[in-house]
Design a protein around this ligand. Structure first.
Ligand code: UDP
Length: 342
């Protein structure tokens, strides 16, 4: 019998890529998603890539009676990977209660059900945003957690605290929080990828949409940072590498190899790239020019951050292996597919 894993938010960007890697590694996947920021097209994509279209249940995790029914309908769940959450920084500033309610209540409902229905393991989708602008680079898991810059970031911090406190209070539940740096790119098949709604906030979809002619020009936010070329630096990591880390985390939890009941790991490449390096690399690997203009800094942006990935390398046995160029090319192939560009 295959191990059955619940992937919440599994029709979304990172969730769909993780479903693919889980299925490829022999797991059975059931996805729960309310389609707030995704469509069922990704189920078709997962099906085409793996030959298995995962089971899918459409509902909101904040609906506790519905979630209880789900746990009754799917007995024998081995673990949960919890992606489902709101994630737009700007929107979270405008609608903080919507963010707190959705992101916190869904986690608490899941934890209560894990306890009631004896599902012992969770992998939680967290973010390097918990570190803010770290004092020392690269940033390790022991770096200080700084006050969050946005309600969104605060929900990630609070969710980690909820996990820590709840796990301490009950027997038999363990969790791994994975703190993502900047996940980018798409599956090499271009059958699944990121689907930003409206004007993208993140750099890579903005770059690919500008290259596709949907946006007139990319605004590069700031060239006066204390970095080699003056633009801000992030650790961009291929979404398939991120997905593979979740499979490692699940395997660790199922084998009960964790050192404590609540662990966290950075998921990055260990290398920082500036905005201008990203644009230049994109142009080089795709042969497509990106029209851009340098403008002022974006409020709330930090200057530079990249991961120390030693802990994930050593303890999870995971390493990011895909290059920035390969990853940007996958993002471009996905954009072309979406827009019907040859
Ligand atoms: N960025 C930019 N233009 C854009 C979007 C982002 O110059 O249209 C920069 C942004 O200032 C940051 C980097 O790209 O330095 C990554 O931004 P993103 O929003 O993708 O991720 P985050 O800021 O959350 O790390």
């Amino acid at each position: 019998m295959k191990n059955l894993i619940l992937v919440t938010g599994g029709t979304g960007y990172i969730g769909s890529h993780t479903a693919v890697e889980l299925i490829n590694e022999g797991y059975e996947v059931v996805i729960v998603d309310n389609l707030a920021n995704s469509t069922t097209d990704s189920l078709d994509g997962i099906g085409q890539i793996t030959g298995v279209r995962p089971a899918f249940e459409e509902f909101d995790l904040c609906n506790k009676p519905r979630l209880e029914k789900f746990f009754k309908d799917y007995p024998g769940l081995k673990a949960i990977i919890h992606f489902a959450a709101y994630k737009a920084v700007g929107e979270s500033v405008e609608k903080p209660l919507m963010y707190y309610r959705n992101n916190l209540v869904s986690l608490m409902n899941l934890l209560e059900c894990m306890n009631a229905y004896q599902v012992p393991s969770m992998v939680f989708s967290s973010s390097c945003t918990v570190y803010g602008q770290p004092r020392e680079l690269p940033v390790t898991e022991t770096a200080q957690i700084l006050p969050a810059e946005s309600p969104y970031g605060n929900t990630k911090q609070i969710c980690e605290e909820i996990l820590r406190d709840y796990i301490r209070s009950v027997e038999g539940i363990r969790a791994i929080a994975l703190r993502y740096f900047n996940p980018i790119g798409a599956h090499p098949s271009a059958l699944i990828g990121e689907l930003p709604r409206g004007v993208p906030n993140n750099l890579i979809p903005y770059v690919t949409q500008t290259a596709a002619g949907i946006r007139g020009e990319l605004k590069v936010f700031g060239d006066d940072y204390n970095t080699p070329d003056g633009s801000a630096i992030r650790d961009y990591i291929n979404v398939v590498d991120i997905a593979a880390a979740h499979v490692k985390a699940i395997s660790r939890l199922l084998k009960n190899q964790n050192k404590s009941d609540f662990e966290f790991f950075n998921l990055g490449t260990g290398k920082g790239s500036s905005v201008l390096e990203v644009v230049n690399t994109f142009e080089k690997v795709t042969g497509v020019k990106v029209n851009y203009k340098i403008v002022g800094r974006r409020t709330g942006d930090i200057e530079q951050v990249w991961a120390d990935t030693t802990k994930a390398n050593v303890e999870l046995g995971w390493k990011a292996v895909r290059s920035l160029g390969e990853t940007l090319l996958s993002a471009w192939n996905w954009e072309k597919k979406l827009r019907g560009i040859k």
